[in-house]
Design a protein around this ligand. Structure first.
Ligand SMILES: *[C@@H]1O[C@H](CO)[C@@H](O)[C@H](O)[C@H]1NC(C)=O
Ligand SMILES: *[C@@H]1O[C@H](CO)[C@@H](O)[C@H](O)[C@H]1NC(C)=O
Ligand SMILES: *[C@@H]1O[C@H](CO)[C@@H](O)[C@H](O)[C@H]1NC(C)=O
Ligand SMILES: *[C@@H]1O[C@H](CO)[C@@H](O)[C@H](O)[C@H]1NC(C)=O
Ligand SMILES: *[C@@H]1O[C@H](CO)[C@@H](O)[C@H](O)[C@H]1NC(C)=O
Length: 868
């Protein structure tokens, strides 16, 4: 589609005359000085918009112009602010330009551990490759990221040994691309675009490798630990580079890149940047929704804030039509292994040893256990008394509470042991320092127990050490990743949507940085989902809309449990479950909608309808059932700040169906009414988030069951704390000239120059409308909303992370007397003079209509006497 066609298609949209200036989220958001994104009304042409801006004396420079998104990014002279721009006729929305970082990923430093195609066993992609022979051929995927090392051999076309970029070569897998910023760009300087999207950072190359790298037969450069292949190894790529070699990027660049990806005909893009939690009304999710409506598909990472507790899902996947992707840990990893009595066990050698262990068969096993047969930790040399462990490999308990790996290594050396295997507590493997000169390794707890049991049966078994790494299942893997963010969003919509493998993913890395790396994050899960969509497009030979594809994948995902848990993980963490690509591509059953948002007790939507469609060739009978999942309690202690680790409660809705069994002829669908009743156990005052799944199981065994997740909140969400009062916030202080906020001395008289009132706030959960209101202290008359610098304390805010750069996150509004007298953002702020004022911090409660004061959480900050 041409851009001109899009513009005319939009002309009929409804319009509002006054623009809206959006408050930046909080102090954890970095802003581009004097930078704004403007969205024009849909019927305004670019030329008219510019002439309106000029007519209204806005002095600006254009940073970027957009077409798909009817708007521009501009830099203004310092004395203009957001609401001045919003008041220009034809302007619909104004946002401050934000800086984005690449999402944090954790790395093992480049290639000790590998992840091979076994990750595809978790998702059925192995079967799709093998039986359906699908590889994403003909599908174009746009990577909006740090670029791609397109010369990496994992991106070589068939028959070639090295990758290339179509602008410089022929038959290249990276066909499109652009560098919007240049190597030196940090977002604090001017972008210097060029045509070459080479990656000097790593993130984009790794992401592209997950979508469609192929390292199955590498002939040049370093070889991977274990051969691996991406989800869709025949897609072609567009590489849209929005990051320099260091630093951040900004909204204007992201929008430009998304637009070029669209114009290049990309079928799918995903971009997941380090954004916080927010409302869906942000420029990237608005543009994402728009691109989806033009037939593109946009996926975003749920975020890596799992350690923050609920309400943290990040904004890039929050568009109504885009997909928010959560992360699971890889169930597999590449490790050196030791075999014993028929079992093969991964081990992680100590850093002091630093290489694979290679001991002769004569170095036999010697487990160190007590009279009860339980493994000992080997910290105390006396436990070796009267035992002959000379030349043997000692098996001990890897519990490091009494002594570290160095100490127990030295003890073992002193009694002449040939090596140590330490069975980690409570599970998994760990990094050991170890003692110099001693072969020492960490093994999984279950491996230690299995080896011990085998020894007790037959002490003559021999240890065999493998020469190279191989891919094995790891203890604790295959479950929802701890770091993956929890939903819901501020409107209680059930986000994230779905999960994909994102923890411990081995893949491509720039050649300049070692060629391969193991990374973790929802950033790795998003491209897995994107690659899976490419397979779906290839299979169906159509390009269903983003929401349709999302529904199919959600219907067929695998509902999963946390490691060692007997119950299913909350849908606020795993969404519909772990993606199952085989089921998605082969299912003949479809269920819609793709989620039930039951909302809270006040707004409870207990009666829902599910439509089940049989797209198979035969009549089918489906049984409906309910699969409950964990409820999450984040407020059991009367706290305002949610627990970083929600408490799991066994509590869920009861679910009744208008029919428990339905018979559906081929090609037909049937509607069933579902009646949900709120859970019984949970304490409504603690706002537990409960969830589960409505499942339709076909009677034939060869067709998978499908499901729809539901989520609700027991209690009144309007009572969920918004301000973090646990830390005594919001708090008022004095803003000194040097910027510090100080406590208010007794009987203090403020002025609007060097002793201005300042309010410090901290958002424990979302609010649709945050305000700081000024009232006359004597008459209590409302005088206006605080205008602080270029920000007005009026607008939606998302939840904050607990810490920012090691300090508690917070936002400070200092008030130098400027107020906006009405909520009309196009009105001119007014300067108040000397007087006596009351300040109220008032946040609209979630899911309310916003009547003041009834629908607000209000903190009275007291009386402020201001002198001239
Ligand atoms: C755009 O549409 C609005 C509402 O329909 C109308 O008031 C306005 O005059 C239109 N502007 C232009 C430039 O056509
Ligand atoms: C991956 O690369 C290998 C080696 O070049 C090639 O033989 C194989 O066909 C490729 N696989 C796919 C699915 O493209
Ligand atoms: C294995 O050890 C290495 C280095 O000692 C470490 O980086 C890595 O995280 C360890 N792997 C696991 C699974 O603990
Ligand atoms: C997919 O998402 C990651 C982060 O989740 C992002 O960095 C990357 O640009 C996206 N990849 C694609 C295929 O666009
Ligand atoms: C915030 O509240 C004011 C006053 O009630 C209202 O006029 C304005 O539209 C609200 N803003 C949002 C984003 O709801």
């Amino acid at each position: 589609m041409k851009i001109t066609a899009i513009l005319s298609a939009l002309a009929a949209a409804t319009l509002v005359s006054a623009g809206k200036f959006h408050l930046p989220k909080d102090n954890t958001v970095e802003l581009q000085p004097h930078g704004y994104i403007i969205q024009y009304q849909d019927n305004i042409s670019r030329a008219n918009a510019h002439s309106n801006l000029k007519k209204h004396a806005i002095d600006y420079k254009v940073r970027n112009e957009y077409d798909v998104f009817n708007g521009a990014a501009i830099t203004v002279k310092s004395d203009h602010d957001g609401e001045a721009i919003a008041s220009v006729p034809g302007v619909k929305h104004v946002w401050r330009i934000q800086r984005y970082s690449l999402p944090k990923t954790t790395s093992n430093g480049g290639g000790k551990v590998d992840e091979e195609n076994s990750v595809h066993h978790m998702t059925g992609v192995d079967a799709v490759h093998k039986k359906l022979k699908l590889t994403g051929k003909g599908v174009k995927v746009g990577i909006v990221d740090s670029g791609i090392d397109y010369k990496h051999p994992a991106f070589a076309a068939a028959g070639a040994t090295e990758g290339c970029f179509a602008r410089y070569g022929k038959n290249c897998r990276v066909k499109h691309g652009w560098d919007f910023v240049g190597d030196a760009y940090t977002s604090f300087n001017t972008p210097i675009p060029d045509g070459d999207p080479m990656d000097c950072r790593g993130h984009g190359t790794h992401v592209a490798g997950i979508v469609g790298g192929n390292a199955s037969n590498i002939k040049v450069g370093p070889t991977p630990l274990v051969p691996w292949i991406g989800v869709a190894p025949d897609v072609t790529f567009g590489a849209y580079r929005i990051f320099g070699c260091e630093g951040f990027t900004s909204t204007d660049v992201i929008l430009a890149a998304m637009e070029m990806a669209f114009n290049d005909g990309m079928d799918i893009i995903n971009m997941s940047l380090g954004g916080g939690s927010a409302y869906k009304e942000n420029p990237t999710s608005i543009l994402a929704d728009k691109l989806v409506s033009f037939g593109m598909n946009v996926a975003g990472a749920a975020g890596n804030d799992g350690s923050e507790g609920v309400w943290m899902v990040s904004d890039t996947g929050l568009g109504e039509t885009s997909t928010s992707v959560a992360s699971f840990d890889n169930a597999y990893g590449a490790y050196y292994t030791v075999s014993y009595a028929g079992g093969k066990y991964p081990y992680n050698f100590s850093s002091a040893w630093g290489k694979a262990i290679d001991l002769p068969a004569s170095a036999t096993l010697f487990p160190l256990f007590d009279k009860a047969g339980v493994l000992l930790d080997g910290c105390d040399v006396n436990t070796y008394k009267d035992l002959d462990v000379k030349g043997k490999v000692v098996l001990v308990l890897g519990d490091y509470s009494k002594c570290g790996s160095f100490a127990r290594g030295e003890v073992a050396k002193s009694v002449g042991a040939a090596g140590i295997l330490a069975a980690t507590t409570p599970f998994g493997m760990t990094n050991l320092a170890g003692a110099p000169g001693l072969p020492m390794a960490s093994i999984e707890n279950r491996a230690g127990q299995a080896i011990l049991a085998a020894y007790k049966k037959n002490p003559k078994n021999v240890l065999t050490w493998a020469k190279g790494p191989s891919s094995v299942r790891v203890e604790g893997g295959g479950a929802p990743a701890e770091m993956s963010s929890y939903g819901l969003d501020g409107d209680l919509r059930s986000k994230p949507d779905i999960a994909a493998p994102g923890g411990n993913i081995y893949g491509a890395y720039p050649r300049s940085k070692g060629s391969y790396a193991l990374l973790s994050g929802t950033s790795m899960a998003t491209p897995y989902y994107v690659g899976s969509q490419a397979l779906y497009y290839e299979k169906t030979k159509t390009k269903p809309s983003g929401p349709d594809v999302r529904r199919v994948f959600k219907n067929t995902a695998t509902i999963s449990k946390n490691f060692q848990s007997k119950t299913f993980t909350s849908a606020a963490k795993q969404g519909a479950g772990l993606i199952n690509v085989w089921n998605a591509l082969t299912t003949t059953t479809h269920a819609s909608p793709d989620r039930f948002d039951l909302l809270d007790s006040d707004n409870f939507r207990g009666v829902q309808k599910i439509t089940i469609k049989n797209s198979g060739k035969k009549t089918e009978t489906y049984t409906l059932s309910h699969v409950p999942a964990d409820a999450l309690n984040s407020y059991s202690k009367g706290n305002a700040w949610p627990h970083p680790k929600p408490i799991i409660e066994a509590d869920y809705a009861t679910v009744k169906f208008s029919s428990n069994k339905v018979k559906i002829p081929a090609g037909k669908s049937v509607k069933v009414t579902i009646t949900f009743t709120e859970p019984k156990v949970g304490d409504a005052k603690q706002f537990p988030i409960y969830s589960g799944y409505v499942v339709a199981t076909p009677s034939r065994e060869d067709s998978p069951a499908v499901h729809v997740p539901y989520i609700g909140l027991k209690g009144k969400v309007r009572d969920v704390p918004i301000m973090d009062s646990d830390l005594g916030l919001p708090m008022a202080g004095v803003r000194k000239e040097n910027g510090d906020i100080e406590e208010i001395p007794k009987d203090f008289v403020f002025n609007f120059k060097d002793a201005a009132p300042a309010v410090v706030v901290r958002f424990a959960s979302h609010t649709p409308n945050f305000t700081i209101r000024i009232h006359d202290a004597k008459t209590d008359k409302f005088l206006g909303y605080v205008v602080s610098g270029s920000d007005i304390a009026l607008g939606a805010m998302g939840r904050m992370t607990n810490l920012n750069d090691g300090k508690y996150s917070s936002a400070t509004f200092s008030w130098r007397g400027l107020v906006l007298q009405t909520a009309d953002l196009t009105s001119k702020p007014v300067q108040l003079g000397a007087g006596s004022y009351k300040i109220f911090v008032a946040s609209q409660r979630k899911l309310t209509k916003g009547a003041y004061p009834a629908d607000y959480e209000i903190f009275d900050m007291g009386i402020f006497n201001v002198s001239a």
